[in-house]
Design a protein around this ligand. Structure first.
Ligand SMILES: *[C@@H]1O[C@H](CO)[C@@H](O)[C@H](O)[C@H]1NC(C)=O
Ligand SMILES: *[C@@H]1O[C@H](CO)[C@@H](O)[C@H](O)[C@H]1NC(C)=O
Ligand SMILES: *[C@@H]1O[C@H](CO)[C@@H](O)[C@H](O)[C@H]1NC(C)=O
Ligand SMILES: *[C@@H]1O[C@H](CO)[C@@H](O)[C@H](O)[C@H]1NC(C)=O
Ligand SMILES: *[C@@H]1O[C@H](CO)[C@@H](O)[C@H](O)[C@H]1NC(C)=O
Ligand SMILES: *[C@@H]1O[C@H](CO)[C@@H](O)[C@H](O)[C@H]1NC(C)=O
Ligand SMILES: *[C@@H]1O[C@H](CO)[C@@H](O)[C@H](O)[C@H]1NC(C)=O
Ligand SMILES: *[C@@H]1O[C@H](CO)[C@@H](O)[C@H](O)[C@H]1NC(C)=O
Length: 624
């Protein structure tokens, strides 16, 4: 049995702000729950008001973390409205984007619970809020994914997991370079990079890209500060000199990122930093260096190895020679599969005594889910309209993904040959559905079972159902279907269970269905207004086609005309006879006389013959 899940939709048609410069990246920021546009300091960032959305409740929020944008409102989604909530943002140009969602807490004393829920971007589950996120002053208060958008929309969904109402503070969709964070094989549409953390080593406080006056193609990244690796093993190094090779495509790292660093001290020559990670995931690790130590003046003076969890990742890194000089940025990236819960980066000097590092980025590689076949999504949308699906069922975004949160009432299957999810079951029994069953249901080509039992669906049974090749179970019982069972259902060679009981169907059950019963299928046609034609049901009257009916009608008409004509003739003839008789009886003396006369004559002749005989015996006759 499919677990019933209630959905709620949140749909909007937001229009992209027109870029003023040809090179300016697309940028959309929404302040959730806001009734007016908001501008936040210190960079006067423009947040669009949250209009044209339906569902959820705008409310005042508290900002749990200093890293959140200073927004005062949020939108939250009470469980009573369903467990699946999406923002569908339309008209987003095709491209590569940084999508970021901040979470908030409801500013109401009665709601002091920290909500825990799942977040998906474009159908891929990217984040499950960890408990304690609202108490931590770090990246746990938002989720960010780097993703390619190609169909003009961006769908962001929040999935309740039964731990409080999802509450969303803001949504940002910021275009970045098409090759941003290119890490080699596997890069592209099949992968979403979820930002786990960005750390600016030696920085005193966290900053956004905007605070660093970074290039807008950098996606206004948030850089948390890492003032020390701990254990008194390092010290902060900083410079005001300009940094070459910063703000370069594809990543446009801000110059300020390289103007401070952590450098190892004499007590501990290795620099070592351990981060907590999710086990058995793949991470893309980005390390940033610049030789800002004035005591190093040329290549060969500082050379070190980089190890990730003890595995050699980069051998003999020489910042000066690799970046092309002092005060010049060097970026190294490595993809690494972690098995445990920690990830340790070690910089081990091989030449010279100290090592240094400017920034660390950790991004999780998330395989993008394969979406549902578009034709089937479209068919489900038509069905949603035709059946008047209640709001609580939602049905928005992708029906099958994330796999952990499919649409309620929809069973999915991954089809390897087309690399898409397809719908193989539609289980919407007892959902208070009304309306009718549209022909579009047959576009769900991969359906194997349909259960719409116990609703109030009316109208005829769509004959297109007969063209769903592998339909095995069709339960339309206890609805208000009328008309006859379409002949096409006889083409469903895989049909095992057909429940049409409890409707207002009439007419003959297709003979092909009757035949199927012999092969162990289970059909139920009881409680209808008048079905006939198979054992157990009434026998049907002669079944005639329309043509035959017209034929019979015409023949009957001709017969009627013929009978009428005959009757008229007979009647007329009879009238003539009667009239003749009447005339005869009036002027009859003559006719009658004649008759009599003839008879008389005959009699006479007879008599005369006898007479003659007599005469011959007795003498000559008197008559001539
Ligand atoms: C939000 O707070 C403002 C005052 O800051 C208040 O006027 C408004 O009614 C509050 N809105 C809600 C939904 O509580
Ligand atoms: C990341 O590393 C890969 C493989 O080492 C390299 O091909 C790619 O160019 C690097 N990416 C960037 C943006 O430097
Ligand atoms: C990590 O990457 C390897 C090699 O690309 C792949 O086989 C594996 O499935 C990935 N693991 C996860 C959890 O994505
Ligand atoms: C390493 O450190 C020692 C002592 O601090 C110093 O004498 C030596 O010159 C350093 N070596 C290099 C290559 O900087
Ligand atoms: C996958 O889809 C194709 C095309 O619709 C279909 O022919 C095939 O039978 C499907 N395979 C499975 C296992 O459902
Ligand atoms: C369809 O749903 C009804 C109501 O839940 C259930 O009784 C019936 O067994 C289902 N039909 C099939 C064929 O499973
Ligand atoms: C079926 O019912 C609808 C109203 O629900 C009516 O318009 C239609 O004529 C009926 N069809 C038949 C074949 O009785
Ligand atoms: C058919 O459905 C009726 C209810 O409409 C039920 O009483 C009957 O038991 C069913 N027959 C079979 C064979 O399942």
């Amino acid at each position: 049995m499919l677990e019933f899940r209630v959905l709620l939709v949140l749909t909007a048609f937001l229009f992209a702000p027109k870029p003023s410069l040809a090179r300016a990246p697309y940028a959309l920021r929404i302040s959730c729950g806001a009734r007016d546009d908001v501008y936040t300091s210190p960079t006067n960032t423009h947040w669009y008001k949250d209009f044209a959305y339906t569902g959820g409740i705008p409310a005042n929020g508290t900002v749990p973390s200093y890293i959140s944008p200073p927004l005062k409102t949020l939108r939250h989604f009470p469980l009573s409205e369903g467990t699946e909530n999406c923002y569908n943002i339309k008209k987003v140009p095709r491209g590569h984007y940084l999508v970021r969602i901040f979470f908030g807490l409801l500013a109401e004393p009665s709601f002091d619970n920290e909500p825990l829920f799942d977040v998906s971007i474009e159908g891929t589950l990217v984040y499950s809020l960890p408990s304690g996120w609202s108490n931590r002053d770090d990246e746990r208060a938002y989720v960010e994914g780097l993703i390619f958008l190609k169909d003009g929309t961006s769908t962001l969904c929040f999935h309740s997991t039964g731990h409080g109402d999802p509450a969303i503070l803001s949504i940002e969709i910021l275009q970045i370079d098409n090759r941003a964070y290119y890490f080699g094989g596997g890069y592209g549409q099949g992968t979403i990079l979820r930002t786990d953390r960005r750390l600016n080593c030696g920085a005193e406080k966290p900053k956004y890209g905007a605070d660093y006056s970074a290039d807008r193609w950098g996606g206004d990244r948030f850089w948390n500060s890492l003032p020390t690796f701990g254990e008194n093993s390092d010290k902060i190094l900083s410079t005001t000199k300009s940094i070459k090779q910063s703000s370069q495509p594809p990543n446009f790292y801000p110059e300020a990122l390289y103007q401070n660093a952590l450098i190892s001290t004499d007590t501990q020559l290795d620099l070592m930093y351990t981060m907590e990670v999710e086990p058995t995931r793949n991470y893309s690790i980005w390390l940033h260096f610049a030789e800002i130590d004035p005591s190093v003046t040329e290549a060969g003076q500082r050379v070190f190895d980089v190890l990730i969890n003890g595995d050699l990742a980069f051998r003999d890194v020489d910042i000066v020679s690799m970046s092309g000089g002092i005060n010049s940025a060097l970026v190294l990236n490595k993809t690494y599969a972690v098995s445990g819960r920690s990830l340790t980066i070690t910089l081990h000097p091989t030449k010279g005594n100290h090592t240094l590092i400017c920034a660390i980025e950790l991004l999780e590689l998330v395989l993008a889910e394969s979406k549902t076949l578009p034709a089937e999504i479209e068919a489900l949308q038509k069905l949603k309209g035709a059946l008047g699906l209640p709001l609580r069922l939602g049905w928005n975004g992708d029906p099958c993904v994330p796999e952990q949160h499919p649409w309620s009432g929809v069973d999915c299957q991954y089809n390897r040959s087309i690399s898409k999810h397809v719908i193989d079951g539609l289980i919407l029994d007892n959902q208070g559905l009304r309306g009718f069953l549209p022909n579009d249901i047959s576009h769900l080509r991969h359906l194997q079972s349909i259960n719409l039992s116990g609703n109030s669906i009316s109208g005829g049974i769509s004959s297109s159902l007969g063209s769903i090749p592998r339909l095995e179970i069709l339960d339309l019982s206890f609805n208000s279907f009328n008309g006859s069972i379409p002949e096409s259902l006889g083409q469903l060679t895989s049909l095992r269970i057909l429940d049409l009981n409890g409707n207002s169907l009439s007419g003959k059950v297709p003979a092909a269905l009757g035949g199927r019963l012999l092969h162990g299928a289970s059909f139920n046609f009881t409680d209808n207004s008048g079905l006939c034609g198979i054992p157990g049901l009434a026998t049907c009257g002669p079944h005639l086609s329309v043509g035959a009916k017209i034929g019979i009608g015409l023949a009957s008409l001709v017969a009627l005309v013929l009978i009428a004509t005959c009757l008229t003739c007979w009647w007329k003839r009879r009238q003539n006879i009667l009239r003749a008789q009447r005339i005869a009886s009036r002027a009859a003396p003559y006719a009658k006389a004649r008759t009599h006369f003839n008879r008389d004559v005959q009699m006479a002749r007879h008599q005369s013959q006898e007479h003659a005989k007599t005469a011959a015996e007795n003498g000559p006759s008197l008559l001539a």
